[in-house]
Write a protein that binds this ligand. Structure first.
Ligand SMILES: [Zn+2]
Length: 431
């Protein structure tokens, strides 16, 4: 088996790759937009130096040769997520090349690391599609490997090593990772495009491996083709995608000048971070390794950490937890939202996507006023998210513990009050 990957991950910058629009999650669609990231005629891209700096750190961590001068190309394709009908990306002038990731028993070569922009997001409804440009122009790096991965086990190991390297650099690939997977058991290359998330990637590879193996065992060679992965059926199927490399018609992006990467000093940043981490650790009686893990290569975390430590309002453990949340939710965790997040953490609430949603709206934790109606509302919302839960509850009443745990953790509510209300709702004895 031969597997090669093209892994796309979003870089944790505050603004987009070619304009100053924010990359933070927005409440409403099409609010973090401007003519450049909407691809309107006459708009001009400006390169975000911070994205290049993080991409350079990624290249160094992957043992790549960093190109001194980088350039961009236009990759042409027609699709509504990209109104200017080309994506700005890199090929020959890519930032990094010839790297490797060491696994326990082997080495996976990295062919290229390139910087590119994310297209807009399409939301498909029954009879029409909607386009949200908030994501359009988000900086990505694409990491292209050689087809060196030889088994599903190696694929898993590769992903976890890559994940930890990127996490160390402040890049969280857990949710947003998008991968094109090349996999061949026979002599023809099969490509599975646009697989989202690590679990789907592993599932897609497993399905393809067994599909191709069963074809080969019957004496049939799998055909060279592009396929897509369907999350619901957990199968891959032929996709209608037609573009081949030649049809992308790459041309040089003349709106962007070649960029000199040698002026970005990631080495200095690293030494600087180490020094700062050491002094923070010793001044505040904190563990140096913990601090390093949080702030390495990561100015966002470092500034959050300094902000917390400069105030007398927080204890060290709360501060570290807020900084840790900042690594996951990036720019939504900032000096402004710091005190509110600290309040949730002190209340024992785990910071997740839904809590961040509340924080963005400026809502305080509900733990002080566990009002019955409110609690019921939260439980009902949880039940709506998972319609099968009632069926499972009838088979196994212990399912209630799961609901109680989820709701009380999510909203910072006392378990006892949640349990009382959940029982009433589930048994139907409403008062
Ligand atoms: Zn913009």
């Amino acid at each position: 088996m031969k597997i090669g990957l093209e892994v796309h991950v979003a870089l944790p910058t505050r603004s987009k790759l070619f304009c100053s629009c924010s990359t933070a999650d927005a409440d409403q669609p099409n609010t973090n937009v401007c003519p450049t990231c909407m691809g309107l005629p006459g708009s001009k891209p400006y390169l975000n130096g911070e994205a290049v700096r993080i991409a350079k750190s990624v290249c160094i961590a992957l043992g790549c040769v960093v190109n001194g001068s980088i350039s961009f190309v236009r990759k042409t394709y027609f699709y509504p997520d990209l109104p200017k009908s080309y994506q700005i990306t890199q090929i020959d002038g890519a930032i990094g090349r010839d790297g490797k990731i060491k696994l326990e028993n082997t080495e996976i070569r990295i062919r290229r690391v390139q910087i590119e922009e994310d297209p807009a997001k399409l939301i498909r409804e029954d009879r029409y599609s909607l386009i949200d440009f908030n994501r359009s122009g988000t900086p990505l790096v694409e990491i292209v490997t050689e087809p060196d991965i030889k088994s599903e086990k190696e694929l898993k190991e590769f992903l976890y090593v890559l994940w930890s390297i990127l996490y160390y650099l402040g890049v969280d690939i857990d949710k947003e990772i998008k991968t094109d997977l090349n996999i061949s058991l026979g002599s023809n290359r099969v490509e599975v495009k646009n697989v989202t998330g690590i679990k789907n990637l592993l599932d897609a590879a497993a399905y393809e491996a067994s599909r191709q193996a069963s074809l080969l065992s019957r004496g049939n060679e799998p055909v060279k083709e592009t396929r897509r992965y369907d999350e619901r059926s957990q199968r891959t199927e032929p996709s209608r995608e037609k573009e081949s490399e030649e049809e992308y018609g790459y041309i040089y992006e003349t709106d962007l000048e070649d960029y000199d990467t040698s002026k970005i000093k990631t080495g200095d940043i690293e030494a600087d971070v180490r020094k700062t981490a050491k002094s923070i650790a010793s001044r505040n009686g904190l563990d140096y390794d913990t601090i390093m893990q949080l702030v390495a290569f990561d100015r966002h975390s470092l500034s959050l950490l300094n902000h917390g430590l400069n105030s007398t309002a927080y204890d060290p453990s709360t501060i570290l937890n807020v900084v840790e949340a900042g690594k996951r939710f990036r720019s939504s965790v900032n000096e402004k939202s710091f005190s509110l997040i600290a309040e949730y953490i002190k209340a024992g609430v785990q910071i997740d996507k839904e809590i961040m949603e509340r924080i963005r709206k400026g809502l305080k934790p509900d733990y002080k006023t566990p009002d019955k109606l409110k609690i019921r509302e939260f439980i009902s919302k949880e039940l709506e998210n998972d319609p099968d839960i009632l069926k499972r509850y009838r088979k196994n009443p212990k399912v209630i513990d799961f609901i109680v745990d989820t709701v009380s953790r999510k909203y910072g509510l006392p378990q006892k009050s949640v349990a009382e209300e959940a029982k009433k709702i589930l048994t139907g004895e409403d008062d």
